[in-house]
Design a protein around this ligand. Structure first.
Ligand code: NAP
Length: 286
């Protein structure tokens, strides 16, 4: 039985981060060090891990980074004031407010307070709008990372059918727009989609971004398809797993991304690349 080729997000990230490091060195010679500010509000354990990984990736790549940690009692007004201060701080090119925020804070309002020029997460409506109309802007890091994975295997999307499962503003919807921009025919599925398998079996490229372990099984995959697993779940043993039944689907797909070691590392890599680009835009001639 044939087995899918693995798209290794760790190896690809390593390669892209090396390229980023080299561009950082060039920028530093011109007097600019890319700077990322990360704001974390509250004690969410998973968020603390994500934030730590982002700061470490910045340090490893030669970025300047700051982590601002606040208690869950921080008011929305105080947070907005911090974002405003960072908008005006010339040493900071990217601002990331780690989600989720405590319930008393309107996350969308906070995201909209970030200057679009520093919106390296790509969640601002200005960034979403730019993607929608095909203008330059920051792309959300997770779907952007998926596009880089497709690029890394030399995959041509023109004329192919891409199926995205999930329609969130941070993964599913921008993912669909990016695939469309590359001339794929795109179908978006969600929780109200009838007969999911009937649609996924038509996919040349299948992207699962749901958050449900084993949602995608081998019988739902077209032989030879590229399967990208964005999901991040914990199985009964507490181990990290995606939305795709990896062992089963591997026997059918042409390409597959593992969890862990697939989309996850790519997300942070694209955050670095967005921040680097924000800093490059700060050059006088840019
Ligand atoms: P989300 O906001 O909860 O969206 C999940 C989407 O899945 C929704 O659109 C939902 O449909 C759809 N859905 C739920 N059940 C479904 C079903 N049975 N069949 C088809 N669609 C279904 O989640 P998200 O933020 O997009 O994240 C998705 C997953 O990716 C999560 O596991 C998350 O942890 C992971 N993630 C990973 C990374 C990474 O770096 N690897 C980054 C971000 C997110 P409705 O819209 O109808 O509710």
């Amino acid at each position: 039985m044939t087995s899918a080729q693995v798209i290794d997000g760790v190896a690809l990230s390593k390669q892209l981060r090396q390229q980023t490091r080299e561009r950082v060195q060039t920028l530093k010679k011109q007097g600019i060090t890319p700077g990322l500010a990360v704001i974390l509000v509250g004690e969410n354990q998973a968020s603390q891990v994500y934030v730590r990984n982002k700061i470490k990736a910045c340090e490893d790549t030669g970025f300047y980074s700051i982590l601002e940690q606040y208690p869950a009692t921080l008011s929305e007004f105080e947070l907005l004031q911090r974002v405003q201060a960072l908008n005006l701080d010339a040493s900071i090119h990217g601002i990331l407010v780690q989600l989720p925020l405590p319930e008393h804070i309107d996350a969308q309002k906070v995201i909209e307070a970030i200057s679009p020029a520093k919106d390296v997460d790509g969640f601002h409506v200005a960034s979403a709008g730019a993607l929608m109309v095909g203008q330059p802007g920051f792309w959300p890091c997770t779907p952007y990372g998926c596009m880089k994975m497709l690029e890394s295997i030399g995959y041509t999307l023109r004329g192919k059918h891409a199926v995205v499962i999930g329609r969130s503003n941070i993964v599913g919807k921008p993912m669909a727009l990016m695939l469309l921009q590359q001339h794929a025919t795109v179908t978006i599925c969600h929780s109200a989609t009838a007969d999911l398998g009937q649609i996924t079996r038509q996919a040349d490229v299948l992207i699962a971004a749901v958050g449900k372990q084993n949602l995608v099984t081998a019988d739902m995959v077209k032989p030879g398809a590229v399967v990208i697993d964005v999901g991040m779940n914990r199985n009964a043993e507490g181990k990290l797993c995606g939305d795709v039944d990896y062992e089963g689907v591997k026997q059918v797909a042409g390409w597959i991304t593992p969890v862990p070691g697939g989309v996850g590392p790519m997300t942070i890599t694209m955050l670095l690349m967005n921040t680097l680009e924000a800093a490059e835009h700060a050059l006088p001639h840019a």
